[in-house]
Design a protein around this ligand. Structure first.
Ligand SMILES: Nc1ncnc2c1ncn2[C@@H]1O[C@H](COP(=O)(O)OP(=O)(O)OP(=O)(O)O)[C@@H](O)[C@H]1O
Ligand SMILES: [Mg+2]
Length: 267
């Protein structure tokens, strides 16, 4: 399964949705795990400030966090925790940290990302629910915003408003979509197509489909046992679905790298 390929430029993607509880952290942790497992140097930045849960999902206790670093309690390098083949950095697990000045926090997060970029091929950023400053910061730093779509009117309306707002600031921003809680590949694709149609109709935009994650009791069970969903996947159905998504993300990273190389050659 290992395919050991280094990217010249790290590829950053931010997992977001607008709505809470749609599977952002579950998807972020397992995409990072899969990218690490196939040989890419992968970092996961849990930017759900104050309510981080990637470490818990990965069955790790949270080490030093970015807000500890801001407080002078540790060094920048102390923030990286190695979890399997993934480097995990947590912004903060303390709800009191939300009172940290947001410019200070975002400057610190910028330095963390720059530091991770030196040693990683992929940086995955997990975001809080909503469209707050941290989510917008995380999208601004990303090559692609990966939207978790759920076939539910409130979820679709939240993600649409988030896209509309981001496009109003950056009309060229790249979004891609993963459908979560899908009943089947057909319903997932129709959820994506409906959302893409809404974007096209109202905003004249379209986004790429990365794949779907089925609604699965195995996912719930694995997360409640703090285990990787892949270790509960005897039928390999979830592994196949995550492999499809991961391959699309890797293809996007390579395509962006190629575009970058071409633009340098034209100088
Ligand atoms: N495909 C799925 N099948 C079954 N359960 C799922 C699936 N995806 C996520 N869940 C469950 O949904 C819940 C929320 O998942 P998760 O914490 O990843 O969402 P989130 O978007 O990160 O939430 P928040 O906005 O609070 O950060 C978890 O209990 C998880 O087990
Ligand atoms: Mg989360």
């Amino acid at each position: 399964m290992r395919e050991k390929v280094n990217l010249d430029q790290p590829y950053i993607f931010t997992v977001t949705s607008g709505k809470g509880g749609v599977g952002k952290s579950m998807a972020s942790t397992h995409l990072a795990e899969m990218l690490g497992a196939i040989g890419y140097k992968t970092a996961l930045l849990d930017a759900d400030v104050g309510l981080s849960n990637c470490a818990t999902m990965m069955n790790e206790s949270t080490g030093y966090t970015v807000t500890d670093w801001i407080a002078g309690d540790c060094l920048l390098d102390d923030l990286s925790q190695t979890v399997g083949s993934v480097t995990l950095v947590t912004a903060s697990s303390d709800p009191g940290a939300m009172s940290v000045d947001s410019n200070t926090l975002m400057n610190a997060l910028d330095q963390v990302v720059l530091n991770l970029m030196e040693k990683h091929d992929f940086i995955v950023i997990d975001t809080p629910a909503g469209a707050g400053e941290i989510t917008l910061w995380a999208l601004d730093r990303a090559d692609t915003g990966v939207l978790l779509l759920v076939d539910e009117p409130a979820a679709i309306s939240d993600v649409y408003r988030l896209c509309k707002y981001v496009y109003s600031m950056d009309p060229t921003f790249r979004f891609a979509a993963i459908v979560n809680f899908a009943e089947s590949d057909t319903t997932a694709e129709s959820t994506y197509l409906r959302f893409n149609h809404i974007l096209d109709y109202f905003l004249k935009k379209e986004i790429r489909y990365l794949g779907f994650i089925p609604f699965s009791g195995k996912i719930r069970k694995a997360l409640s046992d703090q285990r990787s969903i892949f270790s509960y996947d005897d039928s390999r159905e979830l592994t196949t679905d995550f492999t499809f998504i991961t391959q699309n993300i890797v293809a996007d990273a390579r395509a962006i790298q190629q575009q970058f190389a071409n633009s340098i050659n034209q100088l």
